[in-house]
Design a protein around this ligand. Sequence first.
Ligand code: 16G
Ligand code: ZN
Length: 535
Amino acid sequence: MDRDAIISASKKHDIVPGRLYKYGTAGFRMNADLLDGVTFRVGLLSALRSRKLNGQTIGVMITASHNPAVDNGVKIVDPMGDMLEQEWEVHATNLVNAPSHEELAEYFYKLADSLKIDLSSPGKVIAGRDTRPSGKTLVTALADSLAATNTTYVDYKILTTPQLHYLTRCVNTAGTPGSYGEVSETGYYKKLVEALYRALRGRKISGKLSVDCANGVGGPKLSELLKHHDPAKTGLDIKVVNDDVLRPEVLNLDCGADYVKTRQRAPANIKPAPGDRWCSLDGDADRLMYYWVDPDTGFFMLDGDRIATLAASFIADLIRTAGLEGQLRTGLIQTAYANGSSTKYVEQHLQIPVVCTPTGVKHLHHAACSYDIGVYFEANGHGTVLFSQDALQAFKTKEPQSPAQKDALETLSALGDLINQTVGDAISDMLMVEVILAHKAWTLRDWAMTYQDLPNRLVRVEVGNKDLFRTTDAERRLSHPEHCQDEIDKVVKKYTNARSFARASGTENACRVYAEAATRSEADELANKVAAIVK
Ligand code: 16G
Ligand code: ZN
């Protein structure tokens, strides 16, 4: 590895000066015009990360998820398909903010030195990107930094974010007992489809499912998956909608999971007929929202909280039937945004412990790892179910004592393959939901009947400096500015069944206020009052 090579490659990929870049909850994310140098430098970090981890393969994903088409982003995936270790986020931030090419190279070598990284050892990186046109140029910046650092590099081109996570884990486990699957996009489809067949265990999915793909990468990838699937075996009848990836300007525009969740309505260009089953993915296919339109009551959405409760109740039943209840620990992980009714339903009705973590998938994922069955979802539809090695082993090796036990064990084992173990995956989660509904012979309405959401409101508050807002207790309370929380507590007390909190956004320069209360008008009123305190 040669210092001059790094400097001269870096000169082709300047960062836009005078800005402070920060590796946040979703990596670096901003207007794509600002990202060329950032992506180059992320490449340098991934080269170091791979070498630090004995040459294991690191993933780099270029996506801005549900953001508008003009944005893009870049983030690093660790060898087992999880997010970059938190301590390294600081290194990423420092490297990207180096003020000159020379200082960049200097910092690179300093980092290698302090982390005891052998730069002469081999490093390997794989990359993927969503359908944004800017992704193609950004990949060049990445490739240049990997070439300058003699890092082996494979470009998997257009992928969903969860597919890149899947591939990263597959590469690193290939040929070992923990092999996660075939190292190819086709391998991903085959794994999911086979697991779907097994999980249904002869049952058929009924009715048509329309899938709004946000005009993002989920559209072509879902269509690809369907080519590997025999509908006669499953009954799965999917209509792919909003899958125009040729006109970048329509990406996430008035459609997709984020639109549906924040506007609490169906995508602007569709009119679901009463009773039709719909779901929406976001721009990189890692979030999922279900919904239907009721002839009497109108639009009804089943968000991440609902998916979590559906999965938890189904899997807990299977564990019980399988006779594994005393042996495996199940837990459900949420954030402060989870509707209070969902938490109550899980704790009191399902009798499953609930843990609350700060916002951001990495926190939930981490907490879920401490259970044998860790169900985690953010209300926004990002989540998955993690199974421990002990759990997967038990599903395979426990001797069934009855046909019902055999059925439960085989279903659980299939779910272990169907549900993406690396990160929330909208396509995999959608198949999981379809399997559960088929097992329970439920419609979306049956699913919705399990509990009733508390009316809630989320408001965005423009503040001078969002960094003044610091939280404790998994973001449920403000520690700073002082006295702010006391005032919030005072207003909350005036309402029944109410809860409210404020936190600085990790992705925008603003604060967010969430409130829930017994009625719609009270939730609105409370949110506005708390917003006024924060302002
Ligand atoms: C990022 C997070 C998402 C979180 C959101 C919160 C990941 C991959 N994504 O998109 O989980 O819900 O940020 O945004 O962790 P906020 O901090 O602006 O409210
Ligand atoms: Zn996303």
